[in-house]
Design a protein around this ligand. Sequence first.
Ligand code: ZN
Length: 407
Amino acid sequence: MRHFLTALLMLLMLFSLAGCATPGTDGPTPAPDSEKTTQPEEPEPEPYTILDPTVMPEGGVRDGVNYAAWDGIVEHLFFHPVVAYPELAFDGDSQANGIDDYMVTADEYRKILQSVYDKGYVLVDIGDVWSETTGEDGMPKMVRNTLYLPEGKKPLVLSYDDTNYYEYMLANGFTYKLVIGEDGKIASWGKDPQGNEVVSRDLDAIPILDQFVEEHPDFSPFGAKGCLSLTGYEGILGYRTQTDTKSWTEAQEAGRQKEIEAVKPIIAELKRTGWTFGSHTWGHIRLGSKSLETIQADTARWLDEVGSLVGPTTILFYPHGERPDGNDWQNTGPVFQYLQSQGFRVFCSVGIESFSYIKKDICAVICDRLHPDGTTLRYSRDRYLQFYDAKDIMDVDVRPQRGTDWS
Ligand SMILES: [Zn+2]
């Protein structure tokens, strides 16, 4: 019933907007039916695609801005949680080098956002880059949408892996969870090195981007932010919504239900402000080496414990970047087929460029993402110069002294 009402609402909005702009799509507008199969009904209307008047389905001038077709590469950067307190993260303990390898600090992250903004990138939602349509053979297939961007701008997708606030991170200089601050906006909650509770919008990747877009609205002409890649084994967004089937008591279940209720308004506010969600598997499992049975059980659990809260998604982010069935862009093996049958259409790995490939034999897209982090700041400066210069970004003083190949 709720889905029906939502569909009706969206249909009415479609008609009311038909005169000026088709909401939510860039380029070739898929038939409503095929779009519906691409993106299973959302529990609520997507805010930016419907409400934002700047969405341009075609080129043309609006509010003095000329929108032009973009057929080039859609760059894709992904981050892990950012380090709020470098003195805790880089204290020489057993986690320090891993954090140095895979993370950037909040200050580095702010500088990266400023740099990509200065270089003319604008945010687009990963869900708007491709659409599902019906091929000439009558089979469903993915197509690249033509993005219409403010003239001179380049599209950038952002994603954020492991936005779960794992236990091991909490004492290691990261924020503990997302909350809604007194101003009604998403903030982080955590503890500073002295143990004081801190609610802030300056310490976590998500509110930092929210603030950046508030200050630079033209960085997000369509209201997009980033896609949050979630596992489930320690809950989501800092809320312990997971089950533990080994030992499970009524008290534990009551606690879990409280966490579920607590995270719901966070999810709603994130969605309202342009954030979307994807799967990173429930158990952060290696899709290249686990058995099909294990992957099926994991996927069912993700859908049950995470998908039930964040809503349907077509985006899958490979843990460890590990591709299923060996080489997923040449082969379509049983694991890939299974994951696709569960609704996933965009399969994201990690690579040395924002490579993407529409598969011919199944309705799916493969895409690689670049990874701003300690390793690439130290050793891949050239590859990232189109986004930023590591020399200007890296907080050499707060990180372990492990060298770079550019200093
Ligand atoms: Zn991960």
